[in-house]
Design a protein around this ligand. Structure first.
Ligand SMILES: N[C@@H](CCC(=O)N[C@@H](CS)C(=O)NCC(=O)O)C(=O)O
Length: 231
């Protein structure tokens, strides 16, 4: 049972993957928190004071002490609320999980942002690049981390599941925007099945914004529909 003695506040924005990751981690640990919605275009004085360096969400405040940057926050959550652990016990495997989380931040997330700003062939090329990154991750995870599922972390979701699972609805969103299938079960079965298992978890289900709602919120009139059913 999580220690509920700490006052926990999360400053975030809706339709934001970084905020979703932090909320998922808190909920999986059973941590009660107060959520404060920020307006990206009109940031509150409180947020600017809590994150004067980057002036961004998410910011987690624990007992009045702010922590910024989603990956640092996720690590802090696992340090403070140890049960259930979000990293493997083995130091080498922990490093491997951190490696792939870093890969998501350096490669996967930036290309996701790029895809939605492009059109036509350029968008297709970026979508192919994205698919290549998923394949690279799939191969690495299979070799270094996979123990039979249902999650990348094993029987229970871990840090990489939080990061990838929170991205699942965005992957579906990009599939709809670009009109291509990105998460292909026949090519990346471990990633597909672990992300699907993650988004179905009771603790996080309601945080997963359906892709069609993301499409509306992003006002993407050029969005095409695509075959996103499981194959
Ligand atoms: N590296 C940061 C990125 C967070 C981020 O991109 N936050 C966006 C959410 S949309 C933000 O606050 N944007 C407002 C701004 O940059 O002014 C993290 O991992 O927490």
């Amino acid at each position: 049972m999580a220690d509920q003695s700490k006052g926990v506040k999360l400053y975030g924005t809706s339709f934001n993957g970084h905020t979703t990751m932090v909320e998922c981690a808190l909920r999986l640990k059973g941590v009660a928190y107060e959520y404060v919605e920020e307006d990206r275009k009109n940031k509150s004085e409180a947020l600017l004071k809590l994150n004067p360096v980057h002036k961004q969400v998410p910011v987690l405040v624990v007992d009045g002490k702010p922590i910024a940057e989603s990956q640092i926050i996720l690590q802090h959550i696992d340090d403070v609320w140890k049960d259930p652990p979000h990293l493997p016990e083995d130091p080498y495997k922990r490093a491997k999980v951190r490696f792939w989380v870093d890969f998501v931040n350096k490669k996967v997330v930036p290309i996701m942002h790029t895809i939605v700003t492009l059109k036509g062939d350029e968008q297709k090329t970026a979508a192919d690049e994205f698919g290549g990154y998923l394949q690279t991750m799939e191969d690495g995870i299979r070799e270094e981390l996979w123990t039979g599922g249902p999650f990348i972390n094993g029987d229970n979701p871990g840090l990489l599941d939080v990061v990838m699972g929170s991205s699942y609805t965005w992957i579906k969103f990009i599939e709809a925007v670009a009109g291509v299938k990105l998460a292909k079960r026949e090519e990346t079965p471990l990633l597909c099945s672990s992300m699907e298992a993650f988004v179905e978890l009771d603790a996080v289900k309601e945080l997963m914004t359906p892709p069609e709602v993301l499409l509306q919120s992003r006002g993407n009139p050029g969005a095409k529909t695509t075959e996103t059913s499981d194959d």
